[in-house]
Design a protein around this ligand. Structure first.
Ligand code: DC
Length: 228
């Protein structure tokens, strides 16, 4: 079967990454978490006190940012910033609270989209984010747009944070997700919108296994169609 590109977009904490990871593992595809790239840039900008209001400073800083993905011994893809594993750091609330303004910057988006397209040039990739089906890969064979109720999203994100030893109360999680959704969907540069040809999946009442099965079913159907 021919390799395809699977683009998974949606609001924060709708289960995109969990679904994308498992779908990629079953298909033997590469999984790219585009949000991790924006999070790593945010970490660099915070640590180096980059002024977001100064485009020249932002561009200069971006030249210093080298992002790579490495698969660890458990088969889990981790984000490296300038050769250092930052996977744990980028999941902290400090980053979640600062990532949306950073990812709204044109200079940042241009640099990230360019790298993301290179990662997808040989297809066989599952990428999740906010603009994957609309901007990064507008010709992706399969586009999905995940949604879920806020309470469910917040509870899932709180659990994920807890598993990474970050104890955050539910109201803080809800406030963060709400604010990120607002910035991500109202920014000028590639705002989060559902691609007209994306299939919407509401994950509120379905399990991860059901989500994964649904995406796999759609992926196989696209792969078969591509073969003909
Ligand atoms: O997927 P995530 O929640 O880890 O993403 C973190 C932030 O990065 C998100 O709030 C908006 C930004 N992002 C983006 O602007 N475009 C993407 N393709 C992926 C993420």
């Amino acid at each position: 079967m021919k390799k395809i590109i699977i683009a998974i977009d949606g609001y924060s904490a709708c289960g995109k990454s969990t679904t994308a990871k498992q779908v990629a593992a079953v298909l033997g595809y590469r999984y790219i978490d585009s949000g991790a790239m924006y999070r790593a840039v945010t970490l660099y900008f915070l640590d180096h006190h980059v002024a977001l209001t100064n485009p020249k400073e932002v561009e200069k800083a971006l030249v210093q940012v080298q992002l790579t993905f490495h698969v660890n011994s458990h088969g889990v893809t981790e984000m490296f910033l300038n050769g250092v594993n930052v996977e744990k750091k980028i999941r902290k609330m400090r980053i979640s609270e600062n990532v949306s303004p950073v990812s709204a910057l044109k200079e940042v988006r241009v640099a990230m989209v360019d790298q993301q397209r290179k990662l997808g040039k040989d297809k066989g990739i599952v990428m999740d984010g906010r603009d994957i089906g609309t901007v990064v890969f507008p010709d992706a064979e399969l586009k999905l747009f995940l949604t879920a109720d806020m309470q469910v999203r917040a509870a899932r994100r709180q659990q994920e944070l807890l598993e990474k030893d970050n104890l955050v109360d539910l109201d803080t999680v809800i406030a963060n997700i709400t604010e990120r959704d607002r910035i991500d969907s109202t920014r000028k540069e590639s705002p989060l919108v559902k691609a007209t040809d994306a299939v919407e999946i509401d994950t509120t009442h379905i399990t991860i296994d059901e989500q994964v099965d649904e995406v796999l079913r759609q992926a196989v159907s696209k792969m078969m169609r591509k073969k003909k």
